[in-house]
Each structure stands twice: as C-alpha cells, then as structure tokens.
Write a protein that binds this ligand. Structure first.
Ligand code: HEM
Ligand code: HEM
Length: 218
C-alpha cells in the first residue's frame, strides 16, 4: 500500500536561504583570495561575509521560527533524546544538525572577528580594525585566523558529508527545502512561523549600518 502524501509546509524563510547560498559562494572566494595573494580582494569580500554573519546572528534572535537559535541550540540531553528517537518532531534543524550549525556559525563569527584585526606579512593590506592594535598582537591574530580556517574547513566537510548521508542513505531531501523554502513535514507538525517584515527591516538596518561603518575604516 502506498503511503499517503505528506503535507508540504514552509521550512526556511528567504533571508535564511539567501544567507546560506551566499555563504556557499563567498567562503570558497575567501579561501581562493587568501591562497592566491589577493589580500585586498580578501578583505573587501570579507566585509561582505561580515555583513552576512552579523545578519544571521541577529536573525537567530529575531527571525522566523526555524532560524531562531532558541529553536535549534540544544544541550547534550536534547541531542541524546533525538538520537534515541524520543525528541518531538519539528521542522528545521534537528538537535544534531543544530549542533553542527551552531558550531559553524560560532567558528565563522570568530573567523570574521579575527580577520577584522589581521594584516598581511608585508604590512600592506590591513583588516579594517587592525590599526587599533600593535604589530605583535596583529601578527598573533593573523596566525590564529589562518589556523582557525582549518577548523572551519573540517566543520564544512562534516556538514557536506552529513547532507550527502541524509540524501543518499536516508533518502531525505534536505537540499530542496534550503532551495525552495518548502518541504515535507511529519503528519501534524506545523510549518515555520514567519517573522514580521519590520523585524527584517531592523536586522537589515543594523547590518547595513555596522557594515558601512566598517567599510569607512578601510
Ligand atoms: C561553504 C560551504 C557551506 C557552508 C559554510 C554551509 C553552512 C551552512 C549553515 C551555517 C547552515 C545553517 C543554516 C541556517 O540556519 O542559517 C547550513 C544548512 C544547510 N546546508 Fe550548508 N553550508 C555549506 C555548503 C553546503 C552545500 C554544498 C550544501 C548542499 C548542496 C548544503 C546544504 C545545506 C542544507 C540542506 C542545510 C539545511 C540543513 C537542515 O535541514 O538542517 N550546504 N549550511
Ligand atoms: C570566513 C571568512 C574568512 C576566511 C575563510 C578567511 C581565510 C583566511 C586565510 C586562510 C588566510 C591566510 C592566508 C595565508 O595563507 O597567508 C587569511 C588571511 C587574512 N584574512 Fe581572512 N578569512 C576570512 C575572513 C576575513 C575577514 C572578514 C577579514 C577582514 C575584513 C579577513 C582579513 C584577512 C587578512 C588581512 C589576512 C592576511 C592577508 C592575507 O594573507 O591574505 N579575513 N584569511
């Protein structure tokens, strides 16, 4: 007997999807520019990554339900319940996915934060806030920035491996909803609750204001 069609509900809002796919383009660009002596371009695109990450942090506090940190940041107990199949069914990140997403957002935030204070070896290209610190400090921060990138790479590799596992082994389509915003939900589970437009306006205004301020420091 064939299963009844599962209801399709909204899972991700536009801002969260745009954040994700811009990140997928810009992180490789940050890598390429860093590895190919394009430090000036690295810093310019870096300001764009700063805007993305700041927006996502604000959206995690005031965005639609599935984008909110409160909805997917879970402690060890929540994760264990999920692994034992005892967690409530919801749309959005499951507690384990939430852990990976939280780690990626935290490391990205640290990577961007360190980048703002970094500079190249020749002292020709500077992160916008690096003039606030002395040379030794900037050097240490730049080394940390270089090292942390490897941590970010590991997290991204795990993330892509997990998505492949869900797609190929579990036959669960996670990529579709990240593209279209909609997907299947278990019977009786509500879709995403969308944030009102004024919240988007506030998050964008703060992001654009902070980004313009940073740009003016270049
Ligand atoms: C530079 C590479 C990537 C980075 C940094 C990255 C980062 C992220 C982040 C931060 C999230 C959480 C979204 C949010 O709540 O804001 C996420 C979710 C997601 N990403 Fe990626 N991602 C990358 C590449 C990819 C690729 C190549 C795919 C697949 C084609 C992919 C598919 C997804 C999916 C399906 C989700 C939602 C997972 C779920 O349903 O819980 N990502 N990614
Ligand atoms: C997630 C985003 C970022 C990634 C993946 C990243 C990656 C890297 C890597 C791997 C290096 C070492 C390059 C080398 O081998 O010498 C580097 C250097 C540097 N980064 Fe970033 N970075 C990011 C964000 C930023 C931001 C936001 C800024 C400032 C706006 C920044 C400014 C710098 C500077 C000034 C250097 C030294 C110059 C150079 O060697 O290119 N980075 N970054």
């Amino acid at each position: 007997m064939s299963e009844p069609p599962r209801p399709r509900v909204r899972i991700w809002d536009g801002p969260t999807r745009l954040f994700h796919w811009l990140l997928v383009v810009l992180i490789p660009a940050m890598w390429w520019t860093a590895e190919n002596d394009q430090a000036q371009l690295h810093v310019a695109i870096g300001i764009g990554v700063f805007a993305l990450v700041l927006f996502r942090l604000l959206w995690g506090l005031m965005g639609s339900s599935t984008a909110r940190f409160a909805n997917f940041v879970r402690g060890p107990r929540g994760i264990i319940s999920y692994l034992n199949g005892r967690a409530a069914k919801v749309v959005g990140h499951n507690p384990l996915g939430g852990l990976s997403v939280t780690a990626m957002i935290l490391v990205l935030t640290a990577q961007v934060g360190l980048g703002l204070f970094a500079s190249d070896d020749d002292g020709e290209v500077f992160g916008p806030l690096s003039l606030w610190l002395d040379e030794d400090m900037v050097e240490t921060i730049t080394e940390l920035h270089e090292t942390l990138f490897n941590v970010l790479l590991v997290l991204i590799a795990l993330h892509i491996a997990a998505i492949l596992y869900y797609t190929l082994v579990q036959r669960k389509n996670l990529v579709g909803p990240m593209l279209s915003g909609r997907g299947d939900a278990p019977e009786g589970v509500e879709g995403m609750r969308r944030a009102p437009v004024w919240r988007l306006a506030v998050a964008l205004a703060i992001t654009l204001g902070a980004t313009a301020l940073l740009w003016s420091q270049l």
